[in-house]
Design a protein. Structure first.
Length: 292
């Protein structure tokens, strides 16, 4: 199970790979700020949670509950993991050692074993992909990017590499490059809602709001329980497009679904402002909810 932590600007802060029966992990030394927590595990839907660490607290505990992945028939879903099958036994042994080291947050040791696996079989896509978080933990972003690109070149059907590379590129504001990577991934898996979510982020940053709207609506059609932040992203798009009624409706939906969420206070303020300025007809803004 892989868990990444991003700051408010979408930049990667830290990453954890966990294993074992309990799957516990910790992030230490965080500033008083707001973060986005994302968890991925094979066979399950990705989970995104917003974390607000601005209050006077020392520890925040988060329960991660993943939903099984609903498989959608597509050419990509039938592709074998080519490089797993082709990698020699010695390379697979080094990969296993690297994975254990990564789970224990031993980035140097993990890097060493993944590099040995790659030396045995340079096109071992899974080893290249898992080398990337070991490098990210050492703040070696360009090298992580190179490993992910190599993974995609070696096995175009290994979708995890596309998602990780898109996050890296968006985090460094290289949006046109991210767009190309995501589109390549979608050609492999046209029903990947997670890739569409990343594409919406990319198109929004590029100012291509019609495309971003289509991306986010596609997420909604593919995933019956998308991150609540999707409402906020759509509301921002509609506001910029001057579709104020749609923007207001998305803010209402976010406020209803996550009344104590990261954007709840700002959403309520914007809703009242829109009503008072006449951008939307006076509507019943939900009453304040008690804080837990």
């Amino acid at each position: 199970m892989d868990t990444t932590l991003e700051n408010a600007d979408g930049r990667l802060v830290d990453q954890r790979t966990t294993g074992g029966s309990d799957g516990r992990f910790e992030f230490d030394g965080l500033t008083n700020s707001q973060f986005r927590l994302r968890t991925d595990a094979p066979g399950f839907q990705p989970l995104v949670k917003e974390l607000d660490l601005t209050g006077p607290r020392q520890h925040v505990y988060v329960d991660i509950v993943l939903l099984p992945l609903t498989k959608v028939a597509s050419p990509a879903s039938d592709l074998p993991t080519l490089t797993d099958e082709s990698a020699p036994r010695k390379a697979r042994k080094e990969y296993e050692k690297g994975s254990r080291a990564l789970q224990e947050q031993k980035s140097d040791e993990a890097e060493l074993h993944f590099e040995k696996a790659i030396a045995e079989y340079p096109c071992y896509a899974r080893a290249q992909t898992n080398l990337a978080p070991a490098l990210v933990m050492q703040n070696r972003i360009p090298e992580a990017e190179t490993a992910l690109k190599k993974s995609i070149t070696c096995d175009g059907g290994f979708l995890e590499a596309y998602t990780r590379l898109a996050v890296l590129l968006n985090g460094t504001k290289r949006y046109p490059e991210s767009e190309k990577v995501i589109e390549a991934g979608l050609r492999q898996a046209p029903s990947s809602w997670d890739l569409y979510y990343q594409l919406g982020t990319t198109h929004s940053a590029l100012g291509e709001y019609d495309k971003a709207e289509a991306d986010y609506l596609r997420v909604r059609s593919l995933n019956p329980a998308p991150p609540t932040e999707l409402h906020v992203r759509l509301a921002d798009l509609y506001h910029r497009m001057k579709a104020y009624d749609k923007a207001f409706a998305e803010m209402q939906a976010y406020w209803r679904d996550d009344p104590n969420g990261r954007y709840a206070a700002k959403t309520r303020a914007v809703m009242h402002e829109m009503e008072s300025s006449g951008l939307v007809r006076a509507a019943q803004t939900p009453p304040p909810q008690p804080q837990p």
